[in-house]
Design a protein around this ligand. Structure first.
Ligand code: GSY
Length: 162
């Protein structure tokens, strides 16, 4: 059984419903079990900043799916929830990223794991630290990575309780 961390994000309303539907669709797959899920966080957009705030969260799953098959599953869910890839880094109904797959380093045409930008993204590290405080990303502990984040990046990520 493989232990995987997925990052979810949405910044098109209804954001809460998009997260719930994505989780529901993950659960419906008999090869996937959700083990833990973080709070939802409201986060300022990173990269392309002229867009609405995101809701982000991280889930830990157990799965028998290979990385490529899991990626297929995530992309199918994104399509089913209406994601259109128009502006790169732009608004999206739902984004499902494979952050970590066991402790494997994977590099194929379609997939890089650990996710290449996760170590510098508060909207990933903060929810991940909530559910996996002892995890390492490569050689670095998550605490160390969190301490390296600029204060503004940390302040831009707030638990969302609606
Ligand atoms: O990489 C995921 C999409 N994305 C996000 C996101 O999920 N949250 C925030 N806060 N900013 C983002 N910029 C991009 S691109």
């Amino acid at each position: 059984m493989n232990r995987v961390y997925l990052g979810l994000g949405t910044n098109i309303e209804p954001r809460k419903s998009h997260l719930e539907k994505a989780l529901e669709q993950l659960k419906q797959n008999e090869a996937i079990t959700i083990v833990k899920q973080s709070n939802r966080y409201e986060t300022a957009p990173v990269g392309y900043t002229e867009q609405a705030d995101f809701l982000n969260m991280v889930v830990e799953i157990k799965t028998t799916l290979s990385p490529e098959l899991l990626l297929d599953r995530c992309q199918t869910i994104e399509k089913e929830l209406g994601r259109e890839r128009t502006i790169r880094f732009g608004p999206r109904t739902i984004d499902l990223d494979i952050l970590l797959y066991n402790e494997e380093n994977i590099k194929t045409e379609r997939l890089t794991v650990p996710h290449p930008r996760m170590h510098e993204r508060g909207f990933v590290l903060i929810p991940l630290a909530e559910i996996a405080p002892h995890i390492k990303i490569g050689e670095e502990t998550i605490d160390k990575l969190l301490n390296k984040l600029p204060k503004q990046e940390r302040d831009d990520v707030k638990v969302w309780q609606q």
